[in-house]
Design a protein around this ligand. Structure first.
Ligand code: GRF
Length: 193
């Protein structure tokens, strides 16, 4: 039997997508993989508590720890990914743009989830931007990460019609899609890496 693929999840905040992936993996819904590491750039982020609860080691690190050097920060992260023999990095609310150091070592093995139907509404406020624009079809995208923000090759998307005018309701509908789509997409690509 092939060795299980080793996944690291990067997050900066609440970590509800982290939780959804971990639970799906534990429930056997993403066979052939294990979540072995959480990387978080915000001390005090709730995702750290979630990871500890699931006994998943957390690397908490910030460019400040490297005198503000993004290259050194990313090199240190990539060293840990190497040491942990990580096959796939899943960005899940990681609020940093991956720079050339990390991409140089892991491009093709980093994916991201975005709360809008790319290429529409890239950036940090995809839900709000789509809502304020007034679109009626919303959705979620999972894509490979490259140097262009939210611009890498799309792996999967799911959309839905919404005309309710309530952004809080819309946000929870989008998160519900994310929590299903991300594990499902990981399952789809895990056998190919
Ligand atoms: C999600 O909406 C994700 O699409 C975006 O950031 C949010 C993270 O939420 N990239 P959480 O931390 O997983 O709860």
């Amino acid at each position: 039997m092939n060795a299980k693929k080793r996944i690291a999840i990067f997050a900066s905040g609440s970590g509800s997508n982290f939780e959804a992936i971990v639970r799906a993996a534990k429930d056997g819904k993403i066979p052939g993989c294990e979540i072995v590491l959480c990387v978080c750039d915000q001390r005090g982020a709730y995702v750290i508590e979630r990871a500890e609860k699931h006994h998943i080691p957390v690397l908490v690190t910030h460019p400040r720890d490297f005198g503000g050097s993004k290259a050194d920060f990313e090199a240190a992260i990539a060293d840990v990914l190497d040491a942990e023999r990580i096959d796939l990095v899943c960005l899940a609310g990681y609020m940093r743009i991956c720079g050339p150091t990390l991409l140089g070592r892991y491009e093709g093995r980093i994916i991201n989830i975005h709360p809008a139907l790319l290429p529409s509404f890239p950036g940090a406020h995809g839900i709000r931007d789509a809502f304020e624009y007034g679109v009626k079809v919303f959705g979620v995208t999972v894509h490979y990460v490259n140097a262009e923000v939210d611009g890498g090759r799309i792996i999967d998307q799911e959309g839905f019609h919404y005309d309710g005018g309530d952004i809080a309701e819309l946000e929870s509908m989008i998160h519900a899609v994310e929590h299903r789509l991300y594990p499902q997409t990981i399952k789809k690509i895990i056998s190919k890496i």
